[in-house]
Design a protein around this ligand. Structure first.
Ligand code: ARG
Length: 462
């Protein structure tokens, strides 16, 4: 029998039960649901809405049900629709009519909003843990490679020399912003919806602040309609995860390029690469490709939920049950991607020679050659023109700027002197970019220090 069967003359069609029920996917909320019920019942007793003996019986039974679920002794029932009614039904089967008092002054509408907020709070903390490990790996790679020169690119064309540390630290910045966004989402998720009832609170004298306190919420939702119809926190999290995946996908793309035969900047560890069923020589970056690929499904979840919520009238609508699968899938996806990406990255072999060699090709020191002329008094635009001509000469004669003779330099401009060679060495190019935020060893080391401090003191919790 359904918990709401009173006004019906007939059972629901089997197809309706299958279609309507969410127990298949919302059973993962059982811990939150039980914790929330215990807090609710504790408050009901304190407010003398039920007596303390009843509350004790209910709480003991809820704890037993919790254990039963953990021990795998409980099978859920599709007919009971969702995790909330499954647990309530189990409770009533266990303790009879006292169990029927649990839902006093509560609706599944505020209950499900509570469970989702509690679940997301928990998952933000665990995503943050995984993210912390990745940040540490980035930091340690950066520390090892403050002198590892590589070409920097724009338009995927060689541009100016940088270091591998500098490149890696760009990702560290992105991921630090990602964790700030998670922290911010946590803050808004950390508000208690329970007490909103179905949509207009209740006539019982609930103490919502006590429930908030017991469950570790920072405050309570101040409008009951909003409390039950708000899924912004799910959408925010999906947006945070989307952005995080976007960052991982960019890094993956570079890793895929770097371990190609054309680049050979890095080599993936065998444990994080795959072979081909037909081509014996192959070593493929499947992990990086899959992380890049899964970014698409996370975006799909975000757009899916935004679209579900679009134009929904207040307050609760069953459409909102669709929040779960997409939110859970995105959480599962990021929790799979982060650790495998972290381990893959921490085991790469960096080919310093190939990186250095890469920076010697493609005239990455051309800007520095122009700046050399500027320092000798030529206006920058004129210097740009001179070096452009020199580059053209090099291309036609298959030379690099550093392999031109001084005579060759001087046929183009008599400003050039012997010191041009030092001025355009890759080491000079990198280390004279000694502006905060730049690739010089001094600046990168200063930034690393700052990151060490920030990573150490960061916490999602206020
Ligand atoms: N399973 C539902 C959900 O996830 C719970 C809330 C149902 N409320 C209702 N009035 N039907 O959204």
């Amino acid at each position: 029998m359904k918990l709401w069967s009173g006004r019906f003359n007939k059972n629901t069609d089997q197809m309706v039960d299958d279609f309507n029920s969410s127990i298949r996917f919302d059973q993962r909320l059982y811990q939150e649901d039980i914790k929330g019920s215990i807090a609710h019942v504790t408050m009901l007793a304190k407010q003398k809405i039920i007596n303390s003996e009843e509350s004790k019986v209910i709480i003991d039974a809820l704890n037993e049900i919790h254990k039963g679920i953990e021990d795998g002794e409980i099978t859920f029932d599709i007919e009971a629709e969702d995790i909330h009614m499954n647990i309530e039904k189990l409770l009533i089967n266990k303790i009879g009519s006292t169990g029927k008092k649990l839902h006093t002054g509560r609706s599944r509408n505020d209950q499900v909003a509570l469970d989702m907020r509690m679940y997301i709070k928990k998952e933000i903390l665990s995503i943050n843990e995984l993210l912390s490990k990745l940040l540490q790996v980035l930091l340690s790679l950066a520390k090892q490679h403050t002198k590892t020169i590589m070409p920097g690119y724009t338009h995927l064309q060689k541009a100016q020399p940088i270091t591998f540390a500098h490149h890696v630290l760009a990702y560290l910045e992105m991921l630090k912003r990602d964790r700030e966004r998670l922290k911010d989402t946590y803050k808004r998720t950390n508000i208690l919806p329970l007490g909103a009832g179905a949509l207009a609170t209740t006539t019982y004298p609930l103490d919502r602040y006590q429930v908030a306190d017991q469950l570790g919420f920072d405050g309570i939702c101040l409008n009951s309609l909003d409390a039950v119809s708000d899924r912004d926190f799910c959408i925010e999290l999906l947006s945070n995860i989307s952005m995080l995946m976007m960052h991982l996908s960019r890094f993956c793309e570079e890793i895929i390029l770097w371990c190609s035969n054309e680049f050979q900047f890095i080599e993936l560890d065998d444990a994080y690469s795959t072979g081909s069923s037909i081509m014996p020589q192959k070593k493929n970056p499947d992990i990086a490709e899959l992380v890049r690929g899964k970014t698409g499904r996370v975006y799909g979840s975000l757009i899916g939920l935004l679209t579900t919520m679009k134009a929904l009238p207040l307050a609760y609508n069953k459409d909102m049950q669709e929040d779960k699968e997409v939110t859970f899938d995105a959480i599962d996806t990021i929790k799979m991607c982060l650790p495998i990406f972290t381990d893959m990255l921490s085991t790469i072999k960096v080919n310093k020679d190939k990186m250095y060699q890469g920076a010697t090709q493609g005239f990455t020191n051309a800007t520095d050659a122009a700046d050399y002329l500027v320092k000798k008094g030529l206006p920058f635009r004129d210097a740009h023109e001179v070096i452009g001509k020199l580059v053209l000469y090099c291309i036609e004669n298959e030379k690099a700027l550093e392999t031109l003779t001084l005579e060759e330099y001087q046929t183009i401009s008599n400003i050039f002197e012997e010191d041009i060679y030092n001025a355009i060495s890759l080491e000079t190019c990198v280390n004279t970019r000694n502006v905060m935020g730049g690739p010089s060893e001094t600046m990168v080391k200063a930034v690393i220090k700052q990151h060490e401090h920030d990573l150490e003191k960061f916490s999602i919790l206020p």
